[in-house]
Design a protein around this ligand. Structure first.
Ligand SMILES: NC(=O)c1ccc[n+]([C@@H]2O[C@H](COP(=O)([O-])OP(=O)(O)OC[C@H]3O[C@@H](n4cnc5c(N)ncnc54)[C@H](O)[C@@H]3O)[C@@H](O)[C@H]2O)c1
Length: 255
Protein backbone atom coordinates (compact mmCIF):
# COMPACT_ATOMS: atom_id res chain seq x y z
CA UNK A 1 0.00 0.00 0.00
CA UNK A 2 1.34 3.45 -0.92
CA UNK A 3 0.53 5.09 2.40
CA UNK A 4 2.15 8.43 1.48
CA UNK A 5 0.37 8.71 -1.88
CA UNK A 6 -0.33 12.32 -2.77
CA UNK A 7 1.68 13.68 0.17
CA UNK A 8 4.40 16.27 -0.38
CA UNK A 9 7.58 15.67 1.65
CA UNK A 10 10.64 17.86 2.06
CA UNK A 11 13.80 15.94 2.99
CA UNK A 12 16.91 17.86 4.04
CA UNK A 13 20.34 16.23 3.86
CA UNK A 14 18.88 14.22 0.97
CA UNK A 15 22.25 13.68 -0.74
CA UNK A 16 23.58 11.80 2.31
CA UNK A 17 23.15 8.17 3.28
CA UNK A 18 20.01 8.33 5.44
CA UNK A 19 18.42 11.16 3.43
CA UNK A 20 18.80 9.24 0.16
CA UNK A 21 17.33 6.07 1.70
CA UNK A 22 14.41 8.13 3.05
CA UNK A 23 13.86 9.74 -0.36
CA UNK A 24 13.70 6.33 -2.03
CA UNK A 25 11.38 4.99 0.65
CA UNK A 26 9.03 8.01 0.56
CA UNK A 27 8.87 7.79 -3.24
CA UNK A 28 8.14 4.05 -3.05
CA UNK A 29 5.37 4.88 -0.56
CA UNK A 30 3.82 7.28 -3.09
CA UNK A 31 5.01 10.72 -1.91
CA UNK A 32 6.20 13.62 -4.00
CA UNK A 33 9.56 14.78 -2.65
CA UNK A 34 11.61 17.96 -2.50
CA UNK A 35 15.21 16.91 -1.95
CA UNK A 36 17.33 19.54 -0.20
CA UNK A 37 21.08 19.52 0.37
CA UNK A 38 23.95 21.99 0.27
CA UNK A 39 25.83 19.40 -1.85
CA UNK A 40 24.49 20.25 -5.30
CA UNK A 41 26.56 17.59 -7.08
CA UNK A 42 25.34 14.96 -4.64
CA UNK A 43 21.75 15.97 -5.36
CA UNK A 44 22.35 15.74 -9.10
CA UNK A 45 23.56 12.14 -8.64
CA UNK A 46 20.07 11.28 -7.41
CA UNK A 47 18.83 12.03 -10.91
CA UNK A 48 19.72 8.46 -11.89
CA UNK A 49 16.82 6.93 -9.98
CA UNK A 50 14.44 9.81 -9.62
CA UNK A 51 11.01 9.93 -11.16
CA UNK A 52 11.07 13.50 -12.48
CA UNK A 53 7.30 13.87 -12.09
CA UNK A 54 7.53 13.42 -8.31
CA UNK A 55 10.94 14.89 -7.48
CA UNK A 56 12.20 18.44 -7.10
CA UNK A 57 15.85 19.14 -6.27
CA UNK A 58 16.80 22.21 -4.23
CA UNK A 59 20.39 23.14 -3.38
CA UNK A 60 20.20 24.99 -0.06
CA UNK A 61 22.05 25.57 3.19
CA UNK A 62 19.70 24.73 6.09
CA UNK A 63 21.47 27.22 8.38
CA UNK A 64 20.21 30.14 6.26
CA UNK A 65 16.68 31.49 6.72
CA UNK A 66 16.52 32.66 3.10
CA UNK A 67 17.46 29.16 1.85
CA UNK A 68 14.90 27.60 4.19
CA UNK A 69 12.13 29.82 2.85
CA UNK A 70 13.30 28.99 -0.68
CA UNK A 71 13.08 25.20 -0.25
CA UNK A 72 9.60 25.51 1.26
CA UNK A 73 8.51 27.85 -1.54
CA UNK A 74 9.87 25.31 -4.05
CA UNK A 75 7.56 22.64 -2.59
CA UNK A 76 4.55 24.96 -2.69
CA UNK A 77 5.29 26.12 -6.22
CA UNK A 78 5.97 22.67 -7.67
CA UNK A 79 3.53 20.49 -5.73
CA UNK A 80 1.02 22.92 -4.17
CA UNK A 81 1.98 22.64 -0.49
CA UNK A 82 3.87 20.68 2.19
CA UNK A 83 2.63 17.76 4.31
CA UNK A 84 5.88 16.28 5.65
CA UNK A 85 9.24 17.70 6.70
CA UNK A 86 12.12 15.32 7.39
CA UNK A 87 14.68 17.61 9.07
CA UNK A 88 17.64 15.33 8.55
CA UNK A 89 20.68 17.38 7.47
CA UNK A 90 23.46 17.09 10.03
CA UNK A 91 27.20 17.15 10.57
CA UNK A 92 29.32 15.31 13.12
CA UNK A 93 31.90 17.97 13.96
CA UNK A 94 35.23 16.83 15.36
CA UNK A 95 36.42 14.22 17.82
CA UNK A 96 38.24 16.00 20.67
CA UNK A 97 37.99 16.59 24.39
CA UNK A 98 36.09 19.78 25.28
CA UNK A 99 39.32 21.52 26.37
CA UNK A 100 40.73 21.08 22.86
CA UNK A 101 37.44 21.36 20.94
CA UNK A 102 37.57 24.23 18.42
CA UNK A 103 34.95 26.88 19.21
CA UNK A 104 34.16 27.47 15.54
CA UNK A 105 33.42 23.77 15.02
CA UNK A 106 31.04 23.84 18.01
CA UNK A 107 29.27 26.83 16.43
CA UNK A 108 29.05 25.11 13.05
CA UNK A 109 27.61 21.89 14.52
CA UNK A 110 25.01 23.86 16.45
CA UNK A 111 24.20 25.93 13.34
CA UNK A 112 23.49 22.91 11.15
CA UNK A 113 22.07 20.42 13.67
CA UNK A 114 20.03 22.81 15.83
CA UNK A 115 19.46 26.15 14.05
CA UNK A 116 18.93 24.36 10.72
CA UNK A 117 16.21 22.17 12.21
CA UNK A 118 14.63 25.09 14.08
CA UNK A 119 14.49 27.22 10.90
CA UNK A 120 12.90 24.33 9.01
CA UNK A 121 10.16 23.96 11.64
CA UNK A 122 9.63 27.71 11.97
CA UNK A 123 9.01 28.18 8.26
CA UNK A 124 7.24 24.94 7.39
CA UNK A 125 4.52 25.18 10.06
CA UNK A 126 2.59 28.01 8.31
CA UNK A 127 2.63 25.97 5.08
CA UNK A 128 1.37 22.86 6.93
CA UNK A 129 -1.34 24.91 8.64
CA UNK A 130 -2.70 25.77 5.21
CA UNK A 131 -3.04 22.02 4.51
CA UNK A 132 -4.84 21.44 7.82
CA UNK A 133 -1.99 19.43 9.39
CA UNK A 134 1.24 17.62 8.73
CA UNK A 135 4.08 15.52 10.11
CA UNK A 136 7.55 16.70 11.08
CA UNK A 137 10.27 14.13 11.68
CA UNK A 138 13.63 15.22 13.08
CA UNK A 139 16.69 13.01 12.67
CA UNK A 140 18.33 12.98 16.09
CA UNK A 141 20.52 10.05 17.21
CA UNK A 142 21.22 7.79 20.17
CA UNK A 143 23.61 10.69 20.80
CA UNK A 144 20.44 12.61 21.71
CA UNK A 145 19.68 10.14 24.51
CA UNK A 146 23.06 9.03 25.84
CA UNK A 147 26.35 10.76 26.48
CA UNK A 148 29.76 9.77 25.12
CA UNK A 149 33.18 11.35 25.46
CA UNK A 150 34.95 13.46 22.84
CA UNK A 151 31.95 14.48 20.71
CA UNK A 152 30.50 17.18 22.94
CA UNK A 153 29.18 19.44 20.16
CA UNK A 154 27.38 16.65 18.30
CA UNK A 155 25.90 15.16 21.47
CA UNK A 156 24.79 18.56 22.73
CA UNK A 157 23.13 19.28 19.38
CA UNK A 158 21.25 15.99 19.29
CA UNK A 159 19.99 16.42 22.87
CA UNK A 160 18.90 19.96 21.94
CA UNK A 161 16.61 18.80 19.14
CA UNK A 162 14.76 16.50 21.55
CA UNK A 163 13.78 19.55 23.61
CA UNK A 164 12.86 21.38 20.43
CA UNK A 165 10.77 18.43 19.21
CA UNK A 166 8.87 18.17 22.49
CA UNK A 167 8.17 21.87 22.77
CA UNK A 168 7.04 22.30 19.14
CA UNK A 169 4.94 19.11 19.36
CA UNK A 170 3.00 20.78 22.19
CA UNK A 171 2.61 24.01 20.22
CA UNK A 172 1.45 22.14 17.13
CA UNK A 173 -0.87 19.45 18.55
CA UNK A 174 -3.94 21.74 18.25
CA UNK A 175 -3.02 22.36 14.61
CA UNK A 176 -2.95 18.68 13.65
CA UNK A 177 0.81 18.87 13.04
CA UNK A 178 2.73 15.99 14.63
CA UNK A 179 6.41 16.34 15.59
CA UNK A 180 8.66 13.38 16.47
CA UNK A 181 12.33 12.49 16.52
CA UNK A 182 14.11 9.40 15.20
CA UNK A 183 17.19 8.16 17.03
CA UNK A 184 19.42 5.84 15.04
CA UNK A 185 22.51 4.14 16.45
CA UNK A 186 25.59 4.15 14.20
CA UNK A 187 24.26 3.67 10.67
CA UNK A 188 26.10 2.54 7.53
CA UNK A 189 26.69 5.93 5.86
CA UNK A 190 29.59 8.23 5.11
CA UNK A 191 29.15 9.96 8.48
CA UNK A 192 29.89 6.95 10.65
CA UNK A 193 32.91 6.01 8.56
CA UNK A 194 34.31 9.53 9.08
CA UNK A 195 33.70 9.20 12.83
CA UNK A 196 35.46 5.79 12.99
CA UNK A 197 38.44 7.41 11.27
CA UNK A 198 38.42 10.44 13.55
CA UNK A 199 38.58 8.21 16.64
CA UNK A 200 41.28 5.90 15.26
CA UNK A 201 42.99 7.58 12.26
CA UNK A 202 45.46 4.70 11.75
CA UNK A 203 42.97 1.89 12.29
CA UNK A 204 39.31 2.89 11.69
CA UNK A 205 38.27 -0.76 12.20
CA UNK A 206 39.00 -0.24 15.91
CA UNK A 207 36.44 2.58 15.96
CA UNK A 208 33.87 0.24 14.47
CA UNK A 209 34.67 -2.49 17.03
CA UNK A 210 34.32 0.05 19.84
CA UNK A 211 30.92 1.16 18.56
CA UNK A 212 29.67 -2.39 18.00
CA UNK A 213 30.72 -3.34 21.55
CA UNK A 214 28.03 -0.95 22.89
CA UNK A 215 25.32 -2.06 20.43
CA UNK A 216 23.57 -5.22 21.68
CA UNK A 217 22.54 -6.32 18.16
CA UNK A 218 26.25 -6.09 17.26
CA UNK A 219 25.88 -4.38 13.92
CA UNK A 220 25.21 -0.92 12.55
CA UNK A 221 21.72 0.04 11.36
CA UNK A 222 21.14 0.21 7.64
CA UNK A 223 19.91 3.53 6.25
CA UNK A 224 16.84 1.65 4.99
CA UNK A 225 15.92 0.52 8.53
CA UNK A 226 16.08 4.13 9.69
CA UNK A 227 14.06 5.29 6.65
CA UNK A 228 11.32 2.74 7.47
CA UNK A 229 10.74 4.40 10.87
CA UNK A 230 10.73 7.84 9.22
CA UNK A 231 8.13 6.70 6.68
CA UNK A 232 5.95 5.29 9.48
CA UNK A 233 6.06 8.54 11.46
CA UNK A 234 5.42 10.59 8.30
CA UNK A 235 2.19 8.78 7.49
CA UNK A 236 -1.30 8.32 8.92
CA UNK A 237 -0.52 5.01 10.62
CA UNK A 238 1.28 7.21 13.17
CA UNK A 239 -1.75 9.51 13.50
CA UNK A 240 -1.64 9.54 17.33
CA UNK A 241 2.14 9.75 17.63
CA UNK A 242 3.46 13.16 18.54
CA UNK A 243 6.13 14.44 20.90
CA UNK A 244 7.84 11.04 20.82
CA UNK A 245 11.39 9.72 20.78
CA UNK A 246 11.70 6.73 18.40
CA UNK A 247 14.87 4.65 18.52
CA UNK A 248 16.22 2.52 15.68
CA UNK A 249 19.27 1.34 17.51
CA UNK A 250 19.57 -2.42 17.93
CA UNK A 251 19.06 -2.01 21.68
CA UNK A 252 21.85 0.53 22.17
CA UNK A 253 19.81 3.01 24.23
CA UNK A 254 18.49 0.20 26.47
CA UNK A 255 21.99 -0.41 27.90
N1 LIG B 1 25.24 7.72 10.18
C1 LIG B 1 25.05 7.59 11.47
O1 LIG B 1 25.69 6.76 12.13
C2 LIG B 1 24.00 8.41 12.17
C3 LIG B 1 23.54 7.96 13.42
C4 LIG B 1 22.58 8.72 14.09
C5 LIG B 1 22.09 9.90 13.51
N2 LIG B 1 22.58 10.31 12.30
C6 LIG B 1 22.04 11.55 11.76
O2 LIG B 1 21.41 11.27 10.53
C7 LIG B 1 21.40 12.44 9.71
C8 LIG B 1 21.89 12.07 8.32
O3 LIG B 1 23.24 11.64 8.44
P1 LIG B 1 23.92 10.61 7.43
O4 LIG B 1 24.40 9.47 8.22
O5 LIG B 1 23.06 10.38 6.24
O6 LIG B 1 25.22 11.48 7.06
P2 LIG B 1 25.76 12.00 5.65
O7 LIG B 1 26.99 12.75 5.95
O8 LIG B 1 25.77 10.87 4.68
O9 LIG B 1 24.60 13.01 5.18
C9 LIG B 1 24.40 14.27 5.75
C10 LIG B 1 23.92 15.19 4.64
O10 LIG B 1 23.61 16.48 5.21
C11 LIG B 1 24.05 17.46 4.29
N3 LIG B 1 24.28 18.73 4.97
C12 LIG B 1 25.22 19.00 5.93
N4 LIG B 1 25.16 20.30 6.27
C13 LIG B 1 24.16 20.85 5.54
C14 LIG B 1 23.63 22.17 5.44
N5 LIG B 1 24.12 23.18 6.17
N6 LIG B 1 22.61 22.38 4.58
C15 LIG B 1 22.10 21.39 3.82
N7 LIG B 1 22.59 20.12 3.85
C16 LIG B 1 23.61 19.87 4.71
C17 LIG B 1 25.35 16.90 3.73
O11 LIG B 1 25.72 17.53 2.51
C18 LIG B 1 25.00 15.43 3.57
O12 LIG B 1 24.48 15.14 2.28
C19 LIG B 1 22.25 13.47 10.45
O13 LIG B 1 21.42 14.37 11.13
C20 LIG B 1 23.04 12.61 11.43
O14 LIG B 1 23.45 13.35 12.55
C21 LIG B 1 23.50 9.59 11.63
Amino acid sequence: MQHLKGRVAIITGAAGGIGTAAAKRFLADGAKVVLVDRDEQGLQKLVRWRDPRRVELCAADVTQAADTKRYIAAAVKRFGGVDILLANAGIEGEVAKITAYPEEVFDRVMAVNVRGVWLGLKHVIPAMKKRGGGSIVITASTAGIKGAPNMSAYITSKHAVVGMMRSIALECAPLGIRVNSVHPCPTETGMIHRIEKAFFPRDPKKGRERMLATTPSHRYATAEEVAAMMAFLAGDEASFCTGGVYTVDGGRSAT
